[in-house]
Design a protein around this ligand. Structure first.
Ligand SMILES: *Cc1c(COP(=O)(O)O)cnc(C)c1O
Length: 385
């Protein structure tokens, strides 16, 4: 039995192996491993891709969020509104600068922040909104930008899962004041290690982020702020520069994979397929279903996942616990039931294997395995035949 993993990076690597090996060898031979020309080249290329004047590479997507917040001087006493249904890094960065995350419920159909609910959460201390383009799906940014303008808030886009996604023909990461990207290997543009970047049209913000990523220093050994060490490695920049050239075609292949899943799943009544984007383009970092009959504890969903695993298909649960109910945020005082859509999502979601190279036969096997697992767990809806 061949196992179908949630993501497989090896096949893609083979297609660019010669280019990557040559580029890495060149960096290694150059002796310049931190910053240097290849990092600048990649920053320029990525800024051009996103459509911003500035791009600042850094060590991870988490650091990108941290640096963006710091560059806006957001810190203790400030609040930042974000989604509870995201990877911990989003809120962690807010906490790391000393500010407080304020979680607003999501829209269950899109898994993204329910913008209609944001206004009620805006208070005297609110400084920023941090929308997350989750699973590759762009947030509908129009209402976010309107609301931010009305309340004089900064918009920091968490684009970690959405490199290449578009809202109204614009790349994510150029709509708010700043975009934060991750180059973690499983992201749409992933390196062979950690990496991240921020994109912005604000020259001063970019310069401040550069200063902060370099120990608070613009001129070597002159320190004007407590910064961090968060640079993009030259080796990663060299690899990312090569992979960037393939990103659009890989994202197209992800879209084809998603469309195949859509058609294979049309007759499966127990699942809700991802909703189509009407105002832009998703880049399908994940293909995430909702098992709508799953119990509130998510037990049935977990049983389906387990049955699939036993049959050789590894699905993932992003994310089993929404951030407002994480132990680390207990002190914020949220209770179960406070953000019901995010809590339902956490109990219902199941992400199927998704990567550009996933073949049609593998997808048929995934869906057949899912159907069998659903039947085993007894979720088979009466109308399904
Ligand atoms: C991956 C991810 C991050 C963090 O990126 P790293 O490069 O892993 O630090 C932040 N936000 C979201 C939504 C992510 O998926």
């Amino acid at each position: 039995m061949s196992v179908i993993p949630p993501v497989d990076l090896t096949e893609q690597f083979q297609t660019i192996q010669a280019d990557v090996n040559a580029a890495v060898a060149e960096v290694l031979a150059s002796g310049q491993y931190i910053n240097g020309p290849i990092v600048e080249t990649f920053e320029r290329a990525f800024g051009e891709y996103v459509g911003t004047e500035h791009c600042v590479g850094c060590n991870s997507g988490t650091d990108a969020l941290y640096l963006a917040l710091r560059a806006f001087n957001i810190g203790p006493g400030d609040e930042v509104i974000t989604s509870p249904f995201t990877f911990i890094a989003t809120a962690e960065a807010i906490s790391a600068v000393g500010a407080t995350p304020v979680f607003v419920d999501i829209d269950l159909d899109t898994f993204n922040l329910d913008v209609a609910k944001v206004e009620a959460a805006v208070g005297d201390r609110t400084r920023a909104i941090m929308p997350v383009h989750l699973f590759g799906r762009p947030v509908d940014m129009g209402p976010v930008m309107d609301l931010a303008a009305r309340h004089d808030l900064v918009v920091i886009e968490d684009c970690a899962q959405a490199t290449g996604a578009e809202w109204m023909g614009q790349q994510v990461g150029r709509i708010g004041q700043v975009g934060c990207f991750s180059f973690f290997p499983t992201k749409n543009l992933g390196g062979c290690g950690d990496g991240g970047a921020i994109t912005t049209n604000d020259a001063e913000l970019a310069a401040t982020a550069r200063m902060l990523r370099e120990h608070g220093s613009r001129v070597r050994y002159h320190h004007e702020a407590i910064g961090i060490n968060s640079r993009l490695d030259s080796v990663q920049a060299a690899i990312l520069a090569i992979k960037l050239r393939h990103l659009d075609s890989w994202n197209q292949r992800r879209t084809a994979v998603a469309e195949r899943y859509d058609s294979l799943l049309t007759s499966v009544a127990e699942v809700v397929r991802p909703q189509a984007v009407t105002f832009g383009r998703s880049v399908w970092n994940q293909y995430t279903l909702r098992l709508t009959q799953a119990t509130l504890e998510g037990q049935e969903r977990n049983q389906v996942q387990q049955a699939m695993r036993e049959a050789g298909v590894i699905s993932m649960v992003y994310y089993p616990i929404p951030l407002h109910l994480q132990p680390v945020y207990q002190h914020l005082g949220y209770r179960p039931g406070d953000l019901p859509q995010a809590e339902s999502a956490a109990h219902q979601v199941l992400s199927l294997p998704m990567f550009p190279e996933l073949g049609e036969e593998q997808q048929m096997q995934v869906v057949q395995t899912l159907k069998t697992a659903l039947a085993q767990v007894g979720l088979r809806a009466a109308q399904y035949c």
